[in-house]
Ligand binder design. Structure first.
Ligand code: FES
Length: 227
């Protein structure tokens, strides 16, 4: 176990935990956006920054990826932390001005209007979709490509890839609704890039399974359930 101070309170956490995990275990609220407990932390959005009192002066660290260390002194609510989060919220609002979750977040941080407009596709590059596709689904069908202003989520060569199984985990986890799912009759189309899947029809009732053929061997699942 490690013992550290968060907002003047002595708290303990399991070795290897992040500051965010220890804080949450003790009911200390830290806002997050690119963090999900089912995925490896990424440290991409910087919304979870906290102030770490280091010997050479305080510094800001992303609490979702920074380890909780023995004797660390952490502030989650200081002026420098709020200033950093406000700036992050403003940038996020510039990147996804129409996303409800970002609008609410910005309002909470006191940001009304971004000074810059970064994109109009609502993607904030949090990487949740990419990590879920890799770590939960194991498909690795999409990734973050390019750098700087041209950075984006994309399948290889921006065309629907065979690796995508149409499970829609990315759609479900996207916090801003940047990745869309369309169901058109028996077909579903996932993402803003090109990937169509034909849903599987039930041989008994004729309804279509939400799981596309590639994602699940329905016959196998049903035969195992009935075995
Ligand atoms: S939640 Fe920690 S950097 Fe995004």
């Amino acid at each position: 176990m490690v013992t550290l101070s968060i907002n003047g309170q002595q708290v303990q956490g399991v070795d290897g935990s992040s500051i965010l995990e220890v804080a949450r275990e003790h009911g200390i609220e830290i806002p997050t956006l690119c963090y999900h407990e089912a995925l490896e932390p990424y440290g991409g959005c910087r919304l979870c920054v906290v102030e770490l009192k280091a010997p050479r002066g305080p510094r800001l660290v992303a609490s979702c990826v920074y380890p909780a260390e023995e004797g660390a002194v952490v502030e989650t609510d200081s002026e420098i932390v709020h200033r950093s989060r406000r700036m992050t919220a403003e940038l996020l609002l510039g990147a996804a001005p129409n996303a409800k979750v970002i609008q609410a977040l910005a309002a909470r941080m006191g940001v009304e209007k971004p000074r810059v407009s970064l994109s109009d596709n609502n993607c904030i590059l949090c990487g949740l979709c990419v990590r879920a596709c890799r770590e939960i689904v194991g498909a690795n069908a999409i990734s973050l490509v390019n750098r700087g202003f041209t950075k984006e989520v994309s399948p290889p060569f921006e065309i629907g890839s065979n690796a995508c199984v149409g499970c829609t985990t990315c759609v479900f986890l996207c916090p801003t609704g940047a990745i869309k799912l369309e169901e058109v009759l028996a077909n579903r189309s996932v993402h803003h890039w090109d990937s169509d899947f034909e849903a599987v029809a039930c041989k008994i009732c004729g309804d279509h399974y939400l799981a596309p053929e590639l994602a699940v061997d329905v016959e196998k699942v049903l035969s195992e359930e009935n075995a």
